[in-house]
Design a protein around this ligand. Structure first.
Ligand SMILES: Cc1cc2nc3c(=O)[nH]c(=O)nc-3n(C[C@H](O)[C@H](O)[C@H](O)COP(=O)(O)O)c2cc1C
Length: 206
């Protein structure tokens, strides 16, 4: 029995699509309850991107998704973060949410919960690993226990093709102009990541 939270930020919808697969994977584990919540957008970004059709459409699709709160983090036994790359690291929206959670850091309420990350980049070498590894740093300050994506369960990673999948977490590619959609192998690995975190969270919380 575990509660799995998937807090994500997605400007153009790739991370949102990956979040659905992560959720499906987590739900495959008996007794798991899953919640997908979005990290609040900045007003300045909404305004700056209001003329971009792809951004506006992707935001409309996510309209009904609940906004992430600290109580969601308290509810969760496992937290799987959806974090697209911004200059090789996490978007400011995600950092702002983590920075606002100082009370949870002080109380130690997140310590011992299981966590992982999935990411997305525009280009193959645009920073999937750096985004995951640098995002891991604040998560460790909260006392979260990090779970990766092992090769044995994810043989698709052993490729020189331009797809996602890293031992550090699941990932996908949006393409330089954002027009690519997640490869089926990326979605499959995202699902396995969800299942892995749900299984471990279930064991730790029982
Ligand atoms: C401000 C900004 C910075 C970005 N920096 C990078 C980068 O360093 N490397 C890269 O490959 N893609 C970069 N991208 C592309 C995004 O990572 C890509 O749009 C995102 O992964 C798509 O996910 P989403 O559809 O969920 O928003 C950047 C995009 C923006 C808007």
């Amino acid at each position: 029995m575990a509660n799995i939270l998937i807090p994500y930020y997605s400007a153009y919808g790739h991370i949102y699509e990956m979040a659905q697969s992560v959720a499906e994977g987590a739900k495959r584990v008996d007794g798991t309850e899953v919640k997908i919540v979005k990290i609040e957008e900045f007003d300045a970004v909404k305004e700056a991107m209001s003329g971009q059709e792809a951004y506006v459409q992707a935001q409309n699709v996510q309209d009904a998704v609940e906004t992430a709160t600290h109580d969601h983090l308290r509810w969760a036994d496992g937290i799987i973060w959806g974090i697209p790359t911004r200059y090789g690291s996490m978007p400011a929206q995600m950092k702002q949410f983590l920075d606002s959670a100082g009370g949870l850091w002080a109380s130690g309420e997140l310590e011992g919960k299981v966590t992982s990350i999935f990411t997305s980049t525009g280009s193959v070498h645009g920073g999937q690993e750096t985004t995951i590894i640098t995002s891991l740093v604040p998560l460790l300050h909260f006392g979260l226990l990090y779970v990766g994506l092992p090769y044995s369960e994810n043989p698709e990673q052993l490729t020189k093709e331009g797809i996602g999948g890293t031992p550090y977490g699941a990932s996908t590619l949006a393409g330089p102009d954002g027009s690519a959609t997640p490869d089926q192998r990326d979605l499959t690995m995202a699902g396995r990541l969800g299942a892995r975190v749900a299984k471990i969270a279930g064991k730790l919380s029982s």
